[in-house]
Write a protein that binds this ligand. Sequence first.
Ligand SMILES: Cc1ncc(COP(=O)(O)O)c(C=O)c1O
Length: 415
Amino acid sequence: MLPECSKALTDLPPYLFVKLNSVKEEAVRRGLQLIDLGMGNPDQPTPAHVVEALCRSVREDTSTHRYPQTKGLARLREAIAAWYHRRFQVTLDPGREVLPLLGSKEGLAHLFFTYLTPKDYALIPSPCYPVHYNATLLTGTKVHLMPLKEESRFLPDLDAVPTAVARKAKVLLVNYPNNPTGAVVEDLALFDRCAHFAKKNGCLVAHDNAYSELAFDGYRAPSFLQLPQARKYGVEFHSFSKTYSMAGWRIAFAVGNAEVLGNLYKFKSFLDYGIPGFIQNAAVSALEGSQDYVSKITQTYRERRDVLVASLREVGWTVPTPRATMYVWGHLPEPFRRGGSFRFAERLLLQEGVVVAPGIGFGPFGEGYVRFALVEDKSRIEEAVRRIGRFLRSARCERGRCGRRTGSSVLLVEH
Ligand SMILES: Cc1ncc(COP(=O)(O)O)c(C=O)c1O
């Protein structure tokens, strides 16, 4: 008989999207045509010049066929530092303050393994990108959840962390623009509070800035390192996945504190050989080439956001308009809240073939919400909302309450 796998792994529920996938399979078996607003998986092709750079590199530079190095090519680290300076006016030492990663998911998870032990605490927001929470638990550490509440603009309250927990905290994670809530920070005030917290309690700050470039209506996301002294206390993660629609390429980077990045590099050097060289070369062309693509996809996401928010409103579901990310985070219509977000998402999927991500998948404080990812074109989003409207109406009619409305929101049965 084979041994059991680790307790930490056994204790984890299946990854949200793995669970949703089996419901999707059932919906397809029932003959439904799916419209998938579930996973934040960019649907736009990677810029042509980046694809071209990859092909050229793999064809002409045979050194890229050999093992790469965990530390990444000097050329890439320099291109990252130059991009960071252009974007945030922050100067980085490409040798010590930049570390390429096989995706920020990989980097974040390995940062947790680099630092956390079962006697420590990690401070993780809830709701959050599921990896923030689950990868932390896999280290066996204790997790203290920091609720992100709508009334606090989805910002964590660091003063609410109990002193005993704060003293044992080793990692404080924040993420703005935020997945899944779409919340943003207006300035460096939250980062300043994080840095003070880190200084006082001897922990490090990890800022996940994966959505820094997907911002609308004139909003520009700041970086943690724009805060003077920030790099004494932490690191920031960026990704090519969303900025250049390169999610399948698996490339990202961390910047900031040299000691933290040195430790992460040491940890990773025992596990991986880094990013394939031809992908690194293509990533250089993404950073150094024209950034028109970024404006173009941002506009695409903004238009989709506007269509989704306006048409949801028409079917009686009012959701806030996010200023960044590729997500819309909506509070479930009142009567559905009791049944929970997973049940809502499951029923919507099995009845109408529309996939949304249930808030509970992002942690206990995500319950009562669902997340729409803007990864289908405008006409499919309109069609999705038509189906959602039909779903809301049919739920209302199930209990013989057809046609009644309260204010702008449709009155629904309890499930
Ligand atoms: C907040 C956040 N961080 C990190 C990631 C993972 O990005 P990557 O593709 O670089 O691993 C995601 C992916 O959706 C995300 O939402």
